[in-house]
Design a protein around this ligand. Structure first.
Ligand code: AMP
Length: 377
């Protein structure tokens, strides 16, 4: 076990790194952040901020020497960086687990191998694969880049073979997946933590609604039947075990109109849809990340109150909202990430609406969103 007083590291200084840093410091750890941005949200709070590229060997060796354990806030860390670090300190999750999460094809084939249903899909390496993929999947379909897609970027809806060829060109002919477009009833996610002793703690399922491809609100508990939630937890646990995963991970699922549930994607880190845990569960996802990284017993993920999380994107900075008005509602807990520049689509913060019932929490979320002018465009 790596006990409080030790130094922990995080690759990436965005909001997820910032909330990890806060949790670690609350528990008495020192924190080193590696991020090239001198203003990074986590760098502002870290004991030491190494301002260097993620591939910078000198910075990585320094980080490995300072830290007893290092984790990451994003999946696209170069594998070589993790390997360099792993020569000096504990690194979790592993480079192998990150490699799976970096590639939609790997991710979906691992999900299937561990018993998860997925949308039908076909791999497209080059233009020569387009006809076979279209024959296998057909309309309606979604073309997604295998790598580096997020928040709905790197994907296109296609309804004809010609449309598929055009969309593949538009995506610069990088390796892609063609996925059957499913009739979605809802989207839900499971955030879980698994430690080296194979203990798993599940946070309650969140029901997620997106706007313009970006998470807008998460409603907790998700309004789905318990057996479906159980099925989602089982699938997520199988996947975590099959990957030998150590740390916090999120798994996104689709609930279909026929009542079935299918795997969509995983994130090898805490997740935006788990931000409600900061105020609504006994132990939150970032403290759980610290515990799993340090080999400590996992905390209690029990839900203490229904909650709805509302994302705050840069779009509502016109100018910065008057937070005093939002905070007039006692059930609102505000979290801002310390980003100086607000840009459309940039995640600037979030707030959690807490209430006695999920309906009341949703009512508070909708009322406060309207006051802030979110969703009026
Ligand atoms: P992803 O980047 O894979 O999470 O996709 C972004 C969003 O597109 C999801 O949150 C869904 O709303 C939608 N989506 C993705 N894949 C499918 C699919 N196979 N069928 C229907 N909707 C999808």
């Amino acid at each position: 076990m790596i006990l409080p007083g030790a130094t922990l590291g995080v690759l990436g200084g965005g909001q997820l790194g910032r909330m990890f840093t806060l949790a670690a410091k609350v528990m008495g750890y020192r924190v080193v952040v590696l991020d090239p941005d001198p203003q990074s949200p986590a760098g502002q709070l870290a004991d030491i901020h190494l301002k260097a590229d993620y591939r910078d060997a000198v910075a990585l060796i320094r980080m490995g020497g300072l830290c007893e354990a290092v984790t990451t806030e994003f999946e696209n860390v170069p594998a070589a960086s993790l390997e360099t670090l792993a020569k000096h300190c504990r690194v979790a999750p592993s480079a192998a687990a990150l490699a799976v999460a970096q590639d939609r094809l790997e991710e979906k084939s691992h999900a299937r191998a561990s018993g998860c249903a997925t949308a039908p899909y076909a791999s497209i390496e080059s233009a020569a694969d387009l006809d076979a993929a279209w024959a296998a999947i057909g309309a309606p379909a979604l073309l997604k880049t295998r790598r580096l897609g997020y928040d709905g970027k790197g994907q296109a809806r296609v309804d004809t073979a010609a449309g598929l060829a055009a969309a593949f060109k538009e995506l610069k002919e990088v390796p892609c997946l063609l996925e059957g477009f499913l009739p979605l009833e809802r989207e839900v996610s499971v955030v879980l933590a698994r430690n080296a002793r194979d203990e798993i703690a599940f946070f309650p399922l969140a029901e997620n609604q997106h706007r313009h491809g970006i998470l807008d609100i998460s409603i907790v508990p998700a309004r789905i039947p318990e057996p479906l939630a159980e099925r989602a937890r089982d699938m997520a646990a199988h996947l975590a075990r099959e990957l030998g995963y150590e740390g916090v991970m999120a798994v996104e699922f689709f609930v279909l109109k026929d009542g079935s549930i299918v795997f969509n994607e995983m994130a090898p880190r805490p997740h935006n849809s788990g931000h409600y845990t900061l105020d609504a569960t006994a132990c939150d996802q970032f403290q759980q990340q610290v515990r799993a990284l340090c080999g400590l017993p996992l905390g209690d993920p029990r839900l203490l109150t229904p909650a709805v999380m509302v994302n705050l994107l840069g779009d509502v900075w016109r100018p910065e909202p008057k937070w005093g008005e939002l905070l007039r509602h006692p059930g609102v807990q505000l979290h801002l990430y310390g980003k100086a520049e607000a840009r459309p689509g940039r995640k600037m913060g979030h707030y959690n609406c807490l209430a006695a019932t999920v309906e009341e929490a949703l009512g508070l979320a909708l009322e406060t969103r309207a006051e802030l002018g979110i969703g009026v465009d």
